[in-house]
Design a binder for this molecule. Sequence first.
Ligand SMILES: *Cc1c(COP(=O)(O)O)cnc(C)c1O
Length: 369
Amino acid sequence: MHQKSNYLLLTPGPLSTAQSVREAMLQDWCTWDDDYNIGIVQNIRARLVALATKNEEAYTSVLMQGSGTYAIEAALTGMAPKNSKLLILSNGVYGDRMAEIARYAGLNHAVLAFEQTETPSVTETERFLQQHADVTRLAFVHCETTSGILNPLAELCAVAKKYGKTVIVDAMSSFGGIPFDMEEHGIDFMVSSANKCIEGVPGFGFIIARCDLMALCKGNSTSLSLDMYSQWETMEKQPGKWRYTSPTHTVRAFKQALDELDAEGGIDARYERYKQNRQMLCEGMKNLGYKALIADELQSPIISSFEYPSENFPFRDFYSHLKQSGFVIYPGKISKKETFRIGTIGQVFPEDIRRLLEVIALYRYQNIK
Ligand SMILES: *Cc1c(COP(=O)(O)O)cnc(C)c1O
């Protein structure tokens, strides 16, 4: 049974997935049985840690039901010490969302906001940490999917470590697609989800954290269902057990997605493919007269923003034209400029980008006529 895809998703997620990943969902699982808890959940937890760092002993992982935001909220609201000050850096919607979570939860926090087309300033961050000794934690987004900009992970982690701060990274749209080692950078908590660069289907997020810091988090959460520590403790004590109904089919599909990642050659190989996609897209778009929003040296291989080529650019019409040809793109999310976005992650290959560029070239031709 081969189900042909309706269209290729060139979006920030959920993404186009492999046939094998979707097929892995065609079975039902008992959440009490070892086949599921040990064979699938524990397997996934260990493999996530191994993908995140070479020092597997020092790190642990916990899976949380819901989309990525739920896992971010679980991490931010579940950390210790409970009411110590959190500094959030923001240069886009996802940084702003962390601030919103902090506001909703009444967390003691501060926000340093930057332009959406620029990376957070390391110097300003350092100055803030120098002037506010009460800050104990620093949170920021690795790849800001709002624009596609890649924030300076190593530099921001280094400055946080210099002042002894705990580091929380939203690596939702980069983990699995861009190589980095949590321990090398000194990342203490990292959050991502099933349906981004690991190329699973949506339904859960996960937190990878230093074991010693996770162990301090008991009793901090103000939310029952999002209690990161309780979920982790349950998964540890009754190996692989989720506290409440887990998204079994999604979890099984995720295990398949991890197998596919291994078969591709791991994160390094996937990073190369995404980079190729992105490079081909950006060169092609430039040749067709579309200007990239983000400077080349700051651009991630995950998703790219392009400015409208003219003020009255008919985006909806452009979108429909691409959709008819089998490609779905994404509207922009930048507040100061009209843009649209094209993702280069998921089961997307240079050959797909070549075909996409042909379709876009045709649209341009039709529009000029
Ligand atoms: C996708 C994404 C999220 C989570 O979004 P959900 O819609 O809750 O899955 C968070 N941060 C970043 C950077 C993302 O790309």
